[in-house]
Design a protein around this ligand. Structure first.
Ligand code: GLN
Ligand code: ZN
Length: 756
């Protein structure tokens, strides 16, 4: 019944490509289209040009199987929803397919977009497909076939890529039932797709099932085997590469191995071991696509170590190909435009283009022997050696300070006692009002920053302009009658990059952009060495702001976990060790702020949830060290000093206990959209500290009315006594306009005053 097919094996590949363009060309073209400054033809031609460049570069670099279809105008999960006919009914009336697609991604005046959430434990966000009674799956593969045809016309050894049915359904939001309830409807569509891809000339197809690196139930594991047995049963199909990434496949590995798929991709940079492969003998009949080159981080691969792993794998698999561990979507394009990194640091790095070359080198060593790439292996060896011995990676003072810490260093006095002392010290009214930190980034701020960068103004002039912004923001808050003020963060381009630029042990890139979602790109700093703080980073700004008012101004810092989550991190020591180093630097800043007169200091941890490991078994250890690093950063102050934190999401789930563990005197959280349910969850977790559930949603330009805010506050007061409740928006205000901000905050203050 099951027909065997014998495809040509390949030796060197990547699992997917970035798409924004080396200079963010797609971002610019897409935003021009949205703004009506360019038409769809322009956008399509920029996209086609980028695909052409990307594919040709990979072929020229020596890869012998090249993924196609990982291009996207916005997001690959949204593309899969289109492929499967699963866009929500509310966009169906939009006739133009591109506009319909963007409406699902971003919404319109009248249509709500799909929700967005994190792609596994990466910093990429995907759009969450909605599956409900109205969803009638159907196959719409035009995009994939067009891209396949393009690649074939270029003579590229193309391997179409799709997200698999299990991952799609598990990531979707379901109106009813369990995620895999609709699997039986999807499998025939995928079968049909495979047949058509074979007819279009595809010899291989890659089906991505990253969900296989998460905990699966026995029923789900059985579905893995059944689905891929079924998909592999027709003879007129391409060979199937079942791709997993971001972790180890654990119990799913035996299920995959038992299916007739021809190849399996496993992530050896994220937990897959040679032993795990050896323990599943059925894998030996397949092509093993070994993810040896880390697709998520920017370090040069230790090629020697990778070759010994590959050699060991050859003991358990007949054929081994070399690959990136995941799509190259998550790393910058190339080191070439980086001109300011020092040579040593640069020699330790590999961005996208350099990673492709590493894959070529490893594959060549496997097929032709190491002599064929002796020079490349030597360079990699020297770089690894230079990195191991660089003094910037081993700062004795920091290490000695960390080694000398005791449990007392991360423990403050009991919360009740602090509450009493802070009440006397701060003299705040009941239901104190405050904001989360940033105020609108005005064009004056952007112009000043650009002028400084271009050398048109000097540092003194820049500081003067930022101080003028602070004056305005303080005056505004005084006028509005807020109780706890902020300086507005005008001097910060980004809440992580700002600190990375001031701390030793971090480097920043000129052009190291990676897609965060849609057209939004970020430039994560590189944490490469031991972290130290050469000078105070925020005291002058906060001190200046405090000099303009008698009300307390919050010191404003980013927490260690968030700094790590939004950076490329060291891979030569546990993340927990890096977190402690960052925490120590923040601790020094916290105590300097206190010494300088700050009575309240906020340490933001919006990313606490993001680094949560995918496997349940690994979560408690993470939560323990992340909580400890926050406490290390914040516990160095007197009982009279009030520590605030801000968390940026409303689905707390597994981290709810950790929030209490942070032991911050006041926690502000995003709650406007979750109707304060989060407060009940916090109570259930034994949380009894100050809390400011956001009383309105800053993600929308609407001005909330006094009544609306009062309703929010009354709901909150059902769960939290007035003595613990703070009144604040649900996040920073930097993306909002000044007019709406002023109107919204006026209503917020009015609501709090009326309730008092
Ligand atoms: N203090 C930061 C701000 O107000 C917090 C941002 C965030 O939550 N991501 O912008
Ligand atoms: Zn926030």
């Amino acid at each position: 019944m099951i027909m065997s097919i014998s495809p040509t094996p390949f030796t060197a590949t990547v699992l997917g490509l970035p798409r924004v363009g080396p200079n963010r060309e797609l971002k610019r073209a897409t935003e021009a289209y949205w703004a009506g400054r360019a038409d769809a033809d322009h956008l399509h031609s920029v996209a086609a040009e980028l695909r052409h460049t990307h594919l040709s570069a990979l072929a020229a670099a020596g890869l012998d199987s090249i993924p196609v279809g990982t291009f996207s105008y916005y997001d690959q999960v949204l593309d899969t929803a289109v492929l499967l006919g699963a866009l929500p009914a509310r966009v169906a009336d939009i006739a133009d397919p591109l506009d319909r697609y963007f409406a699902a991604a971003r919404g319109t005046d009248t249509i709500a977009p799909l929700e967005m959430t994190k792609w596994f434990d990466t910093n990429y966000h995907y759009l969450v497909p909605e599956v409900d009674a109205a969803t009638q799956f159907s196959l719409n593969p035009a995009k994939l076939f067009a891209e396949l045809a393009e690649a074939e016309a270029l003579g590229i050894p193309a391997r179409p890529v799709v997200i698999g049915p299990l991952t799609f359904l598990k990531l979707a939001k379901h109106a009813v039932g369990a995620p895999l309830d609709r699997l039986a409807e999807l499998v025939p569509l995928y079968r049909d797709l495979l047949t058509r891809l074979a007819a279009a000339g595809a010899e291989w197809v890659q089906i991505d099932e990253p969900i296989l690196v998460t905990d699966l139930s026995d029923t789900e594991l059985a579905a893995v085997r059944a689905t891929y047995t079924e998909l592999a049963s027709p003879a007129d199909r391409p060979a199937i590469l079942l791709a997993t990434y971001f972790g180890h496949t654990d119990a799913a590995l035996a299920e995959i191995a038992a299916t007739p798929v021809e190849a399996v991709a496993l992530d050896f940079t994220a937990g897959t071991t040679v032993d795990a492969v050896a323990s599943v003998p059925a894998l030996s009949r397949k092509l093993l696509v070994a993810g040896m080159v880390d697709g998520r981080n920017i370090w040069r691969t230790d090629l020697g170590a990778a070759l010994s792993t590959l050699g060991a794998l050859l003991g358990s698999a007949t054929r081994v190909a070399v690959s990136s561990s995941c799509s190259l979507l998550h790393v910058p394009y190339s080191l070439t435009p980086e001109t300011t990194l020092d040579d040593r640091l640069r020699s330790w790095l590999a961005f996208g283009a350099e990673k492709v070359d590493e894959i070529r080198v490893l594959a060549t060593a496997l097929t032709q022997g190491t002599a064929a790439v002796a020079a490349e292996l030597r360079t990699a060896h020297d770089a690894a050696q230079s990195r191991r011995t660089d003094p910037r990676l081993h700062h004795d003072t920091v290490r000695a300070r960390l080694a000398a810490l005791t449990p007392a260093d991360i423990k403050r006095a009991p919360a009740d006692q602090r509450r009493i002392e802070q009440r006397a010290h701060l003299e705040l009214p009941l239901l104190p009002t405050t904001t989360i930190g940033s105020y609108p980034q005005t064009s004056a701020i952007r112009l000043a920053r650009a002028a400084l960068r271009k050398g048109e103004i000097d540092q003194t002039e820049y500081v003067a302009r930022m101080r003028a912004e602070i004056d305005d923001v303080i005056a505004l808050q005084e006028r509005l009658g807020l109780d706890v003020l902020v300086h507005g963060e005008p001097e910060r381009n980004d809440m992580v990059q700002y600190f990375a630029e001031l701390l030793d042990g971090f480097a920043v890139t000129d052009n190291g952009w990676v897609q965060s979602y849609g057209t939004r790109c970020v430039r994560p700093p590189i944490l490469f060495g031991d972290v130290t703080r050469p000078t105070p980073m925020t005291t002058d700004w906060i001190g200046y702001a405090q000099s303009r008012t008698t009300k307390p101004v919050k010191g404003m810092l980013t927490g260690p976990v968030t700094i790590l989550a939004w950076s490329f991190v060291r891979d030569d020591q546990p993340l927990a060790d890096s977190a402690r180093q960052v925490a120590l630097a923040i601790r020094d800043e916290v105590t300097d702020l206190e010494r300088n007169g700050a009575r309240i200091i906020q340490v933001d941890e919006p990313a606490l949830r993001e680094l949560l490991p995918l496997r349940t078994a690994e979560q408690p250890a993470y939560l323990a060290w992340s909580v400890d690093s926050f406490r290390l950063a914040t516990a160095g102050v007197a009982d009279t000093t009030q520590i605030h934190t801000h968390l940026c999401y409303s689905e707390f789930g597994e981290v709810i206990g950790a929030i209490a563990g942070l032991d911050a005197d006041v926690t502000s959280i995003e709650a406007a959209r979750s109707h304060m349910e989060v407060l009940d969850d916090l109570n259930a977790a034994g949380f009894d500290l100050g809390v400011g559930p956001g009383v309105y949603d800053i993600h929308s330009p609407r001005v909330p009315s006094v009544e609306e805010i009062t309703t929010s506050l009354n709901a909150a007061l059902k769960a939290v006594p007035a003595e613990r409740l703070w009144v604040n928006p649900d996040c920073g205000l930097k993306t909002r306009g000044p007019v709406e901000v002023e109107a919204s905050l006026r209503n917020l203050v009015a609501a709090a005053e009326a309730l008092r």
